[in-house]
Design a protein around this ligand. Structure first.
Ligand code: SF4
Ligand code: SF4
Length: 165
């Protein structure tokens, strides 16, 4: 399904608070069989979500780049890791990781929302939005942030709330 980011932002404005308090409840008291339920909801979410009509994660957020990511991607561009970092990244002292200087991400093709380094993109991008992570409860804070930017995360939390909220 195509994503309309304008109506998504409106939905976020109206429902952000209730979805966040649902996530807080889930964190404190995760029900039995939570992962099974998430796997089921995850399938539904992706059947209804067309990321290429959105790209909002690459437009508005930054991935974190691990040392391995930096080595792999810089080699692809015939750069040293230091050159790559100087050109594109900064070190976030608070989070202790390497992040993009720019948003949208320099590797996003804004015409079709495709990643120009898809095959070698950072692991963080490959795993985003981390919906089926086994340690769901540890990702609650991440989801609380991401419901504001990622329609797939928003949909997952909304569906979970309808089922068990
Ligand atoms: S590296 Fe690719 S997938 Fe990751 S944020 Fe940039 S454009 Fe998006
Ligand atoms: S992962 Fe979320 S924010 Fe990124 S393109 Fe897909 S729906 Fe949009």
């Amino acid at each position: 399904m195509m994503i309309n980011l304008r109506s998504f932002k409106q939905k976020v404005r109206y429902h952000k608070k209730s979805l966040k308090s649902f996530l807080t409840k889930l964190e404190k008291n995760p029900p039995k069989g939570l992962h099974k339920l998430i796997d089921q909801v995850d399938k539904e979410v992706w059947a209804e979500t067309e990321c290429l009509s959105c790209g909002n994660c690459c437009k508005t957020m930054t991935p974190t780049f691990s040392v391995k990511d930096i080595k792999r991607i810089s080699a692809h561009f015939n750069q040293t890791p230091t050159e790559f970092k100087e050109k594109w990244l900064f070190y976030d002292k608070k989070d202790k990781d390497w992040q993009n200087k720019k948003q949208p991400c320099q590797f996003l093709n804004l015409k079709d929302n495709k990643c120009s380094i898809y095959a070698i993109r950072p692991d963080d991008c490959a795993g985003f939005p981390h919906l089926t992570k086994r340690k769901t409860v540890e990702y609650i804070d991440v989801h609380k942030q991401n419901i504001q930017y990622c329609p797939a995360t928003f949909k997952m939390v909304e569906k979970m709330k309808n089922l068990i909220g």
